[in-house]
Ligand binder design. Structure first.
Ligand code: ARG
Length: 469
């Protein structure tokens, strides 16, 4: 691991150095393996910058044309996999600039006028995160559509609703799925929101203080699709809250996905047997031929760890950093790319699982009737028909449930006489409300689980999602 010699020194700043970096220095310093993913953004930023420099009379139009043609050539080389990335050139910015010099010669050196890698990387990364937000919003909408479609066709599949994972009250499968549509809609709006706030262009902030050249920051901002240039050069190069905000939206989405994944895991277990994943989204066991494992759901559940960790990672990297740029900030990209990749993959896998799954209504319905799940319906009947205050009705129902439990009978199997021993005014009509199906159908309050509500909400969502795409 010999140190570098003078002839291997960095061509971007070698002027005041007498030797190149130690091999370990290069290893810790280089980010090219990670940030080469920013090549499109880097080239777009450089093209916008070159055009602006010419427009402002800072470089000649001919030089700008030469630079832009060279950058286009590099884009082609990278696209075709011909470009040789070099760790000695540290990062994507210097890899591209060095190649530009080979292609167009000394003119390449004019591109970095009124610019620094600090505003360059801030711009590239913002562009990348902005694009990621777009993709995640679309992926969330695809998942919402899959859920809403399933909900529409399963609006009257009665299943148990749980609290504490104990059977609580009958609901419908469609209603359960639509709960996730609401969550994922908020997640999508969080990405859209983050995107609005991040859409300011750092380019032209230069190293930290701005520049003495008469640059046109509005021109570069506009060329790159930003709403405006960022107003403070220090903030422009020092802030990564755009990535942190995106990662926090990602972390929230991740936990939503993880909860759904967990439900799929137990819904598909033989104990529950509510749902069957398609062959395309199940895995077998190398030893137990009967197994159909929900690996994709488990992996979605687990990948949330990476996503939440990335948020934590960036929060910790950024805390306590003085203004303006510090090299610590180079670590922002590995975590962010990893989290966004994990989330995109999880969303796609979840969309596939949901679209393909089949539900077993008989199993769901029979579970929905277990655990005295219609006890609230009995109490509500006492309130509605006999005008008994709810607290008393709750007490009476408790006593009836105790009798049923003793006799090992479901509520709708308990003889009327037993109920009448607790409350003599109960009539045969009580049996209309004691089935799981009747119970679910009666939940017609706004936002409730009744099949009619589910149908209306599912079609509202499907219409809305069609309108947006
Ligand atoms: N590779 C660096 C990063 O990702 C680019 C900025 C380097 N700036 C500097 N002053 N060393 O943060």
């Amino acid at each position: 691991m010999a140190d570098k010699t003078k002839d291997q020194e960095n061509q971007m700043w070698g002027g005041r150095f007498s030797r190149g970096p130690a091999a370990i220095m290069e290893e810790i310093n280089a980010s090219i393996d990670i940030d080469k993913r920013l090549w499109r953004e880097d080239i777009a930023g450089s093209k916008a910058h070159a055009a602006m420099l010419a427009g402002a009379g800072i470089i000649s139009t001919d030089d700008a044309k030469t630079i832009i043609a060279g950058l286009d050539q590099i884009a082609g080389e990278i696209e075709r996999g011909e470009f040789k990335f070099s760790a000695a050139l540290e990062d994507i910015h210097m890899n591209i600039e060095a190649r530009l010099k080979v292609i167009i010669g000394e003119t390449a050196g004019r591109l970095h006028t009124a610019r620094s890698r600090n505003d360059q990387v801030a711009t590239d990364f913002r562009l990348w995160v902005r694009g990621a937000c777009d993709e995640l919003e679309q992926a969330l909408k695809a998942l919402m559509r899959a859920l809403a479609k399933k909900a529409e066709t399963h609006a009257n599949f009665v299943m148990p609703g749980f609290t504490h994972l104990q059977i609580a009250q009958p609901i419908t499968f469609g209603h359960h799925l639509l709960a996730y549509v609401e969550m994922f809609a908020r997640d999508a709006s969080r990405f859209a929101d983050a995107q609005k706030r991040m859409n300011e262009c750092p380019l032209g902030a230069a190293a930290l203080a701005g520049t003495s050249f008469p640059i046109d920051r509005n021109a570069t901002a506009q060329a790159l699709g930003f709403d405006r240039p960022s107003a403070n050069s220090l903030d422009a190069v020092s802030s990564r809250d755009f990535a942190i905000e995106t990662l926090s939206a990602a972390a929230i989405t991740g936990i939503h996905l993880s909860r759904l994944a967990e439900e799929i895991v137990f819904w598909t277990s033989s104990q529950f047997g509510f749902v069957r994943l398609s062959d395309a989204y199940s895995t077998g066991s190398s030893i137990m031929p009967q197994k159909r494992n929900p690996d994709a759901a488990e992996l979605v559940r687990a990948k949330t760890g990476r996503i939440v960790a990335a948020l934590n990672n960036l929060l910790i990297v950024m805390k306590g950093l003085p203004l303006a740029y510090s090299k610590d900030m180079q670590e922002d990209k590995a975590a962010t790319f990893d989290a966004i990749d994990a989330l995109a993959l999880s969303l796609a896998a979840m969309t596939g699982m949901i679209s393909d799954l089949t539900a077993d209504h008989a199993r769901m319905l029979s579970a929905a009737g277990e655990g005295y799940s219609t006890a609230t319906d009995l109490a509500d009947w006492l309130v509605r028909v006999l005008n008994i205050p709810f607290r008393d009705a709750h007490h009476i129902t408790g006593a009836i449930v105790a009798i049923a439990e003793n006799k090992n009978l479901a509520l709708d199997e308990l003889p009327l006489a037993d109920m009448q021993r607790v409350e003599p005014r109960i009539t045969q009509d009580i049996f209309d409300v004691l089935s799981a199906t009747a119970s679910a159908a009666s939940r017609t309050s706004y936002g409730g689980a009744a099949p009619d509500n589910v149908k209306a909400q599912a079609s509202r969502w499907l219409k809305e999602l069609d309108r947006e795409i």
